[in-house]
Structures are given as C-alpha cells and as structure tokens.
Design a protein around this ligand. Structure first.
Ligand SMILES: Cc1cc2nc3c(=O)[nH]c(=O)nc-3n(C[C@H](O)[C@H](O)[C@H](O)COP(=O)(O)OP(=O)(O)OC[C@H]3O[C@@H](n4cnc5c(N)ncnc54)[C@H](O)[C@@H]3O)c2cc1C
Length: 107
C-alpha cells in the first residue's frame, strides 16, 4: 500500500502471482476483502457442515443437525452474508431456542 498519514492511500503495488509481474496502481481508497471462510472450526465433527464449513440448517429454520442447537448469521449463510440477514436469523435462532427449551420443559 502506498501513501502516508496526511494524504491517506495513494496507490498499491501488486504482484501477479503467476507471472511475477509487478505493477503500481494509483487509487485514493482501498477495500480489503479477506475471503469467505466461516469461522466454524470449533464445531467440526459436531455439527453438519457443507464442504466450505458453513453450518447446515434446515431450510426456513435455524435448526442444525443436533437437536437444541441453532445456527444463525454468517456461520450458516453461504448466500447473503449481510449484517441485516445475520440479525434476522439471530432473532430466528433466539425464538427457535426459546421454543425448543419450552417444549422440552427446560426452565
Ligand atoms: C469488510 C466487510 C464489510 C462488510 N460490509 C457490510 C455491509 O456494508 N453491509 C452489510 O450488511 N454487511 C456487511 N458485511 C457483512 C457483515 O459484517 C456480516 O454479515 C455480519 O457481521 C455477520 O454477523 P454474525 O453475527 O453472523 O458474525 P460476526 O459479526 O462475525 O460475529 C461473530 C462474533 O463471534 C465472535 N467469535 C468467533 N469465535 C468465537 C469463539 N470461539 N468464542 C466466542 N466468540 C467468538 C467473533 O469475535 C465475533 O464477535 C461486511 C463484512 C466485512 C468483513
């Protein structure tokens, strides 16, 4: 990245990983994309996941492969991955969990 504290970003230096060619691109803004690997390693072997690592849920719910365990947000969403959809499915998971606890007489 090129620039300084006063002028901000002024450009970037890139390297083509196949040809090795270096380039300098002038720009005044930068958005770093870090990929879409969900942070779900903690649940590997415990919850069903797709090959990328997204937790599988029953469509239209937040139910995972384990009864009483619910997933929401980016961890279970390979399609939208947005703040508002994460908040919405978070609300769904809270309701699903509350209903599961009530139906299993857990207080
Ligand atoms: C650069 C960037 C720009 C984005 N721009 C937009 C945008 O403009 N509009 C939009 O709608 N969405 C945007 N998004 C997507 C949005 O940020 C996500 O969809 C949303 O934050 C997902 O919410 P989440 O609660 O599922 O996960 P997160 O917000 O990632 O929250 C997960 C939380 O769990 C914590 N955590 C992880 N592991 C553990 C653990 N083992 N124990 C305890 N806590 C743990 C993390 O620290 C984190 O606080 C952007 C995302 C990125 C990366």
């Amino acid at each position: 990245m090129l620039g300084d504290k006063k002028s901000g970003v002024t450009g970037i230096k890139t390297k083509n990983t196949q040809s090795g060619e270096h380039k300098t691109l002038p720009m005044n803004g930068l958005f770093v994309a870090i990929g879409h690997q969900p942070n779900t390693d903690l649940f590997k072997g415990q919850l069903e996941m797709d090959p990328v690592g997204y937790i599988k849920i029953q469509p239209g719910t937040t139910k995972t492969s384990v009864p009483g365990v619910f997933a929401s947000g980016d961890a279970a969403d390979p399609v939208y991955r947005q703040a508002v959809t994460a908040a919405g499915t978070g609300c769904m998971a809270a309701i699903d969990a509350e209903r599961w606890l009530a139906s299993h007489a857990v207080h």
